[in-house]
Design a binder for this molecule. Structure first.
Ligand SMILES: Cc1cc2nc3c(=O)[nH]c(=O)nc-3n(C[C@H](O)[C@H](O)[C@H](O)COP(=O)(O)OP(=O)(O)OC[C@H]3O[C@@H](n4cnc5c(N)ncnc54)[C@H](O)[C@@H]3O)c2cc1C
Length: 495
């Protein structure tokens, strides 16, 4: 096993690059932690090499790309990366690994934020990015069946001519399989729901190598346990998703973007809460605090007033979105908004949303040498104002550089803390902040993770949030489906 063997580099030249791994944590140490059994891993790699040839990559750069994390969690790299091209191949890979009791870590595009694709016990990363086809499109039923490696942007490009689109948008150009595995959502969930609402059925290879299909294409079903929802959010710990059937939405006839600037966080959050209470069908409703607005001004030159901001999008017929924007403007002004504006101009809208979507990487670029740590709490919308206001005060009390942005229509907000990894005190204070915030959300009947998932980073909060009974049931499911604990071990909870 030569690192970076040339023939392998050539054979894998089509492998996508990992933009989120590059430039964020330069020089971050990559480690293979305690391996289960080196001989077993060596034997599994020999069998996989015989089966996959150059599509079994053992070069260090491939392994580092696949064990990377986007935050300060340490990289724990797998022993090899298997590039699968079909369900049958995934089955064979899993069977070989099961025979040797070697961990299997499913991999989509590697944009997850909580150490999900790390290999704490070593093992084989199974990269499904080459399984990226649309298998069958049925506009008459408004659904589509895809392979897991297709990215949401590639899927929407393929759907463009149909008048339909796939609306879940986590910002990053993630794979549909990875999005299902993390129960992802993002800016559009307030109108179109999360992956939980958009996946009708799926096929997965279980840790035994058997294939499981979770449901039919019917829009509703009372047939037995809801295995689709069990797999969505399982973070690859129960199997590798190899096909998904998705509900599509009609492309909106007209789209308008709106912004409203407020004098304080509370007014912005209260406006978001009233939008939801009035059932105004906003397609997106994002909050940026003062610091976040100043970062997007600096990185994208959008020239927004540097006060708390709501950024919205309305979808519908021209008449209905005019009505929606007017109702929103009235609500915002009633809550003291100092600047309310809207535009149907596509370029203007794209410019603002690009600034929002690029926010994470752009803001990091403003703090060279620091790493970004993104929290992900979600609370009932009526608790939002109190939680975001308290968060700002806590950041200031701890002397941390940080900012709050959020998909506030769902009560979901992210504090991005910029941490100096060389400064132990700074890192300790950031960790204290994260613990405090997760506890705050749980105390407000919320969750420590609205959309990123538990991975490794949030394991310690799960029992606090759900209680021992829920953890016991999760462990029982895991042990029943994966008795050898080979499927993405060391994630969500310890056994
Ligand atoms: C800048 C930025 C912004 C983001 N914003 C959001 C946001 O707004 N909302 C949001 O929800 N997330 C967000 N994320 C997080 C991330 O994009 C999501 O978690 C995404 O769903 C991960 O998809 P992926 O293809 O990258 O999966 P990966 O990172 O490759 O994998 C994630 C998890 O899914 C498992 N997995 C992957 N593929 C499969 C499969 N086929 N079968 C079974 N398990 C599988 C992996 O084992 C792992 O546990 C953001 C990330 C970044 C970097």
């Amino acid at each position: 096993m030569q690192d970076g063997a040339r023939s392998q580099e050539q054979a894998l030249a089509e492998t996508p690059t990992f933009p989120y791994a590059a430039g964020i944590m330069p020089g971050k140490e990559c480690k293979v932690l305690e391996l289960r059994d080196r001989n077993a891993i060596g034997a599994a790699i020999s069998e996989l090499e015989a089966r996959l040839g150059p599509r079994l990559a053992t070069g260090r750069s491939f392994r580092e790309q696949h064990g990377h994390t986007t935050t300060w969690l340490e990289n724990q790299i797998p022993d090899a990366v298997a590039f699968a091209e079909s369900t049958e191949e995934v089955q064979e890979i899993v069977r070989i690994c099961a025979r040797h009791r070697v961990p299997v870590i499913p991999f989509g595009t590697g944009t997850s934020l909580e150490g999900h694709v790390n290999a704490p016990l070593g093992g084989i990363s199974v990269d499904v990015s080459r399984m990226d086809k649309v298998l069958s499109l049925r506009p008459e039923d408004m659904d589509v069946t895809v392979q897991p490696g297709i990215t949401r942007e590639a899927l929407n490009t393929e759907l463009r001519a149909t008048g339909l689109f796939f609306p879940v948008d986590p910002g990053a150009n993630a794979s549909i399989g990875g999005m299902a595995a993390t129960r992802a959502s993002g800016t559009t969930a307030v109108r179109y729901g999360t992956m939980r609402d958009r996946v009708l059925s799926l096929e997965a290879v279980l840790p035994s190598g058997e294939v499981m299909r979770s449901a039919s294409r019917a829009r509703k079903s009372s047939a037995g346990y809801d295995l689709t929802r069990l797999m969505i959010g399982a973070e690859g710990t129960l199997g590798i998703i190899t096909e998904l059937t998705l509900r599509l939405a009609p492309q909106p006839e007209a789209v308008t973007g709106a912004i409203a600037s407020f004098t304080d966080i509370e007014a912005a959050c209260l406006t978001a809460q009233e939008v939801i209470q009035l059932a105004l069908p906003v397609a997106r409703m994002e909050f940026l605090d003062e610091a976040a607005v100043s970062y997007v001004n600096r990185s994208h030159g959008v020239g927004l007033p540097e006060t708390p901001l709501l950024l919205l999008e309305f979808h519908g017929s021209p008449g209905s979105i005019d009505e929606q924007t007017e109702v929103f403007a009235e609500l915002a002004r009633d809550n003291g908004a100092v600047n309310v504006a809207w535009s149907a101009d596509a370029d203007e809208r794209r410019r603002l949303w690009k600034a929002r979507h690029d926010f994470y990487l752009a803001a990091l670029g403003l703090f060279p040498g620091r790493v970004g740590f993104s929290t992900d709490v979600c609370v009932p919308v009526s608790h939002l104002a109190a939680c975001v206001t308290a968060s700002r005060a806590k950041l200031d009390e701890l002397g941390l550089i940080g900012t709050n942005v959020g998909h506030v229509g769902d009560g979901n907000f992210h504090t991005l803390v910029f941490v100096d990894p060389q400064d132990a005190g700074n890192r300790d204070r950031a960790e204290a902040y994260v613990g405090w915030l997760n506890d705050l959300a749980i105390a407000h009947d919320g969750t420590c993770t609205g959309e990123h998932g538990i991975g490794q980073g949030k394991m310690k909060y799960l029992e606090k949030e759900l209680g021992a009974g829920a953890l016991e049931m999760m462990r029982a499911v895991k042990q029943g489906v994966d008795p050898l604990n080979i499927m993405n071990p060391g994630k969500i909870f310890s056994l």
